[in-house]
Design a binder for this molecule. Sequence first.
Ligand SMILES: CC(C)(COP(=O)(O)OP(=O)(O)OC[C@H]1O[C@@H](n2cnc3c(N)ncnc32)[C@H](O)[C@@H]1OP(=O)(O)O)[C@@H](O)C(=O)NCCC(=O)NCCS
Length: 159
Amino acid sequence: MSASIPGTSVLSIKVSRFSPDLAFWTVLASWGGPWNRGAIESELVLPGTQLVTAEQDGSYFGYLLMRAAGEFAEIFYLCTDPAQRQRGVATALLGKCCAEARSNGAQRLVLEVRTGNQAAIALYRKHGFAVTLVKQRYYADGEDALLMVKEIGTVGKDL
Ligand SMILES: CC(C)(COP(=O)(O)OP(=O)(O)OC[C@H]1O[C@@H](n2cnc3c(N)ncnc32)[C@H](O)[C@@H]1OP(=O)(O)O)[C@@H](O)C(=O)NCCC(=O)NCCS
């Protein structure tokens, strides 16, 4: 799958069930976020877990970690290169995630997001996720989590 980022060459979106290459782990730490190599690799050994990556000209621009199991597919984490934000990278990753979830028979995509993460909440709302629950003091620092769900059904457009 590929997607276009305005003014640049084609963004390549790939899905893998295996550990990525060294270049991925090298940039991962620089992007920040709670997920590290050990955490991602320990998820990838579990059935149904997939790593969706966005690459362009040999560089990683973002990733999404997901698991599709039965009716629900879950997004564990989504992160894009801070230097490439608000250019459609996360949107392209979400589109591929929806397609993968649907092809694995999922009816709904679910995720948790911090209530203070306005950029991510805006992204998810824009792409059809709705808040279904507030998990109070869900995170270790006491912040609440929003449980957001997108109905994906068995047919239709990915995003
Ligand atoms: C949230 C995140 C993944 C968005 O990635 P991105 O590649 O910039 O997203 P996109 O370019 O596809 O943005 C699509 C839409 O999301 C929303 N959005 C993205 N960044 C935003 C921001 N900083 N402020 C407000 N809305 C934002 C907008 O609605 C945007 O549409 P628009 O460009 O037409 O306004 C990115 O900021 C990130 O990696 N943040 C750190 C990690 C994180 O918080 N992950 C989510 C954990 S649940």
